[in-house]
Unconditional design. Sequence first.
Length: 487
Amino acid sequence: MLCHISASRRGHLLWLVPFLWTLALGLWGLSRQDSVWRDEAATWQVAGRPAGEIWRMLGNVDAVHGLYYLLMHGLFEVFGASTTTLRLPSVLAVAAAAACVAVIGRRLAGFWAGLGGGLALGLLPAVQFHLQEGRPYALVAAGAGLSTLLLVSLLGEVRPGRRAWPRWTAYGLTVLVCALLNWLSLLILPAHAATLWWVRAGRPVWLRWTAYGAGAVAGALPLILFSRSQSDQVSWIPPLTWHMLIGPGILLAVGGLGAWADRPGRARLSAAAVGLPLLAVPQLGLIGLSLVQPLFLDRYVLFSMVGLALLVGAGLGAAVRALAPRFPRASGLLVPGVVGVSVLALLPVELGKRAPASRVDDVLAVAGEVARLKRDGDAVLFVPAARRDTALVSPGAFTGLADVALAETPVASATLKGEEADPARIRQALLAQRRVLLVTDSAKVAKAPSAERDKAKAAVLRERFTVVEDRQVRGRRVTVYERRGPQ
C-alpha cells in the first residue's frame, strides 16, 4: 500500500505511476482496429514526403502544423509508417503531461492530490480521444504541463536567485515550441498571468515572466502572421452557438468544485491558483476569439485539461485529508478506489474512443473495399477531392486505377489533395472510361457537391453510367459505375 511506502520511494512513484498508467491507457487498443481517419491521414501522407517537399507544401497549406509534420517525417523515416508510429508520440506526450500534473499537485496540495490528478488526466474523455490521435494536440498538452511545472517551481522559491535563469529560459522555449505546434496554445500565457496575479507575484517575477513570454510570442509571430493567409482552412468551423458552450460550462463547474476543495488563501500558491486559470482562461479565450472568427474546437485548448486534472487531484487530496483523522487506513484507499470506479464507470467511453466508429471515417477501410472491387483499367474518382487521402495513405490498393480527374499530384502541386483538371477535361476523360470507382463520403455524412469539378463528375456519372456495386464502410463509400450503351 502506498501509505506504507517510505517518503523517498513515494516521491519516485508519484510521477512514475501516473506515467505508466497513462502509457498503458494509450497502448490499449492503439491501432483502433487498424483504422485511420481523415485528420490522421493528413499527417500520414505528409510525413511520408521528403522534407523538402513538406517545406514547399507549407507555403501553400497547413503551415500551422509544419513543425509537427517535420517531426513525424523523422519518426516515419526511422521507424516506418504505421499506426503505432503515428500515435505513439501522443501517448508518450499525455503520459508526460500526467507526470507533470502529479509533480505539480504534490508540490501544491500534497501526495494524494498529485497522484490523483496524474491518474485522472488520462481518464478525461477529451484526453482519451487525443491520447491515441496522430495530431499535435497531445504534444501541446505535454508542453503545457512542463511550462506550468517550471512556473510553479519558480514561484515556489523563497529566495529567487540568479540561478533561476535556466528555468526561465526553459519556460520560454517550451511555450515557444508549443506555439509552433499550435499557436492557440499561447492562451497559456494569460492563464499563467492570472496565476501570477492570484498569488501576488513580485515585480521581479512579473518582469521575467513578461520578458520570456514576450520572447515566445515574438518567436511564433511569423508563423501566426503567415498562417493567417491560409485561414480558409478553418472556414468550415461553424459559428459559436449556445449549445457549443455546454461542454466548457460543465468543465468550469467541475473545476470550480476542485478549486473550492483546495480553498487557498488569497495570495497562496495552490492547486486552485494554478489549475483554475489553466482550465478557465484558454476556454474563455477561445470563446472570445470565436466571436470574431469561428475557431471553437475543443482540441485547440486540449492543454487546458491539465488544469482540470490538477483541480480533480486537489479535490481528491482534500477528501483524503478530511478522511484521514477518523479512518487513516481507509483514507489511503480513497484515490485508488475512486480511480478504479472511474475506470468502470467510463468503460463505455473508453471502449468507444478505441473503436473506428469514434471517428467520422476510416481511410484504410475504404481502401480495402477499393482493392476488392477494382479491375485493371478501371478509373477512380474522388468527391470531394480531399477524399483522395485514402489513395495517398494506401497507394497499393489503387494500383492499376487511373485517377482521371487529377492534373497534378499532391506532391508536385505542394498541396494535400493535388490539383484537378477543369470540368470539361474531367467530363471528356470520364466519357472514355468503361468502369469508374467513385470514392466519397457515406450517405450519412455526405454533402451535395459544391465545387464545379465535383458537379461535373456527378453529372457524367448520372447521365452516362449505371451503378453496379455500392459499398459503405466506416463513414466512406465506394460506388462502381459501368457505362451504359455499347462498350
